[in-house]
Structures are given as structure tokens and as C-alpha cells.
Write a protein that binds this ligand. Structure first.
Ligand code: Q46
Ligand code: ZN
Ligand code: ZN
Length: 316
């Protein structure tokens, strides 16, 4: 397989785009695509100060690298959750973020949850609701709170996260399985700051596949943590990702289409009040059946066009 741009041996083939690229062209293609998404969804303006939430994983570090290459003023924030049992997840991922920032001269803030708030995430989970609360639900809440606080206090225009297309499609499938309306309405590439004190949240990688962010990180020689957080084991997101990957195998582009069609449906008012269109219905001028089409209904127009002039459409 050859690079579509220069004809050199391809380093990656993206079946959903019918596009194979060599290393040099792929590492430029990712920032181009990211910038297109930033512009398309109006995520940020050039002069705005951004805060990137980095975890030490491939997605968030690749995003910081890309935003830096695109010329955005982007600082990083790492939240040390105090998850140190077993592989020493927090310590390892923190060290990788620190060395990434130091090597590029970037500004990284580290907030240690145990040092600042007095207990690690697993400890807080054990203490809340008599241990019935899962670390992930505590973790999500704590991370959102801290990141929003830093954005607000330090005047960042937006918080950028490394969520990729696989993350977004998996969450979408999960929420669609339960028709969680509230979550579906709020799932978007940009979450506007709808009230004072709430930071805008942006996901510049939302159209980029996970295998592509991983390939980018490898090709850019970004050192990231390969191990997952020990609490991610058995998570529903991983389960839905596997299902979507099986669909993608048979139908390249299935994940992307699923996500983009959802965004389009939402733009067209799928979740707005009266989204069913029923409030706009009126009686068809010919048959009296309810219709949203102006004048005659689609049924009457169908038969009118299919039969000789003067013949009445059959009664419904
Ligand atoms: S870090 Fe936190 Fe994840 Fe670990 S405890 Fe769960 S939520 S799995 S993104
Ligand atoms: Zn090339
Ligand atoms: Zn509070």
C-alpha cells in the first residue's frame, strides 16, 4: 500500500476514509483534521488560552502535542488521583506528563488530590455511601470540579479533553441503549459555558479514531502510559467499544457514521421540544390527513404525479 500524497510506502491505512498515508503525511494530517474540527464546531479562536486535561495516556498527550503544533496557547493540567496500588498508575502517568511538558517547554500544573483534599480517590470512594460508591463515579466528579475551578480561577477560555471518536461512539451507544435523554442532549463536541463560572469544554479529537491517535503518539515518539487505570477493568465503555469495533470490521466507517449522524440529527432538532414535528402539522388540502408538507400531503402528491390528470388520489 502506498501513500496517496507522495507514493511512499504507507504507514497507516484508514479504511473509513479510503486513505493510506506515509508517516510524514500522517503526522501532518492529524493536526489538519483537528483544526478542521475546531473550526467546524467553533471550539476555540486562535488567541484564546486553552487548558488541556492530560492523564498520561496517548489521547490527551497527542492532543496537547497537536494543539502546540497548531500554535494554540495551551497549558496542561494533570490531576493526581492517588491511585498507586498495583502498578503505581498515578505516579507513572504523572511522571510521563511532567517529562512530556519539560521536553517541549510547556506549562503543566499538577493537582494532587491526596495532598490538596486530604484523601485519594479510592479512599474517598471507600468512605462514601459505606463503600458502595465506585471509584470511577467519585473520580469523574472530582476531576470535573477541579478542572472547572482551574479554568475559572485562571482565566482559561476552554478546557480541552482528549476524547476520541471511539470514546464518543461508545458513550453514545451506551446512552442510546438506555435512551438517557439528558446525557444524549449534552453529548457534543463543544459544551458551551451556559452559566457564569462554568468552563467551555471542547473535544478536538472527536472525529479521530483511537487507532489513529495511538499511531500518531507512536510516530511522534510520545511516551505515554500503556496500562489502563486499574478501575477501568470491566467498564461498560470498553464493552461498547468492542461491539463497535466488530461493526467497524464489517463496515469501515460505521463508528464515524453513527456519531456524525447523531450530531446531525441533534442539529435538526431531534431532542428539541416538539422535535417529532407534530406541532407543525396541518390538514392536507386534498385528503384532510395531517401533514407537515405545505399544501397537499406527500401521499396526495405521490398519487397526483403517478396518475393521469383529473384522477383523484385513492382515499387513505
Ligand atoms: S481514572 Fe478515574 Fe478513569 Fe480510573 S478511577 Fe475510573 S474514572 S478508570 S477515566
Ligand atoms: Zn506521503
Ligand atoms: Zn462546591
Amino acid at each position: 500500500m502506498r501513500c496517496r500524497i507522495c507514493g511512499a510506502p504507507a504507514a497507516i491505512n484508514m479504511r473509513q476514509h479510503k486513505l493510506a498515508l506515509c508517516r510524514a503525511h500522517f503526522v501532518d494530517w492529524i493536526p489538519e483534521q483537528t483544526e478542521r474540527a475546531i473550526d467546524h464546531y467553533k471550539m476555540a479562536d486562535r488567541g484564546e488560552k486553552l487548558l488541556v486535561a492530560v492523564s498520561g495516556g496517548k489521547d490527551s498527550l497527542a492532543l496537547w502535542d497537536v494543539l502546540h503544533r497548531l500554535g494554540y496557547a495551551a497549558d496542561g493540567v494533570y490531576i493526581d488521583l492517588g491511585i498507586d496500588e498495583g502498578i503505581g498508575y498515578s505516579g507513572k502517568s504523572r511522571a510521563l506528563c511532567e517529562s512530556f511538558a519539560a521536553a517541549r517547554g510547556l506549562n503543566l500544573q499538577v493537582v494532587s488530590v491526596p495532598a490538596v483534599y486530604g484523601a485519594s480517590i479510592p479512599d474517598v470512594a471507600k468512605k462514601s455511601m459505606r463503600g458502595r460508591r465506585k471509584p470511577c463515579s467519585v473520580c469523574g466528579l472530582v476531576k470535573r470540579h477541579i478542572m472547572n475551578r482551574i479554568c475559572r480561577e485562571q482565566g482559561y477560555a476552554a478546557l480541552a479533553t482528549g476524547h476520541n471518536l471511539d470514546d464518543e461512539a461508545a458513550v453514545l451507544l451506551h446512552n442510546a441503549m438506555t435512551w438517557s435523554g439528558g446525557y444524549l442532549v449534552r453529548q457534543a463536541p463543544v459544551l458551551a459555558a451556559t452559566r457564569p463560572g462554568l468552563a467551555r469544554k471542547i473535544k478536538p479529537f472527536c472525529r479521530i479514531y483511537e487507532r489513529e491517535t495511538a499511531a500518531y503518539a507512536l510516530m511522534q515518539k510520545i511516551e505515554y502510559i500503556y496500562e489502563e487505570c486499574p478501575y477501568s477493568e470491566g467498564s461498560s465503555t470498553l464493552y461498547y467499544k468492542e461491539i463497535l469495533n466488530r461493526m467497524e470490521e464489517d463496515r469501515p466507517g460505521a463508528k464515524l457514521q453513527f456519531y456524525l449522524a447523531f450530531l446531525q440529527a441533534k442539529d435538526q432538532g431531534l431532542f428539541a421540544p416538539g422535535a417529532s414535528g407534530e406541532s407543525d402539522l396541518h390538514e392536507c388540502a386534498q385528503c384532510g390527513q395531517p401533514t407537515s408538507a405545505p399544501g397537499k400531503c406527500a401521499f396526495c402528491r405521490l398519487w397526483e404525479n403517478a396518475t393521469p390528470p383529473g384522477l383523484r388520489p385513492p382515499s387513505p
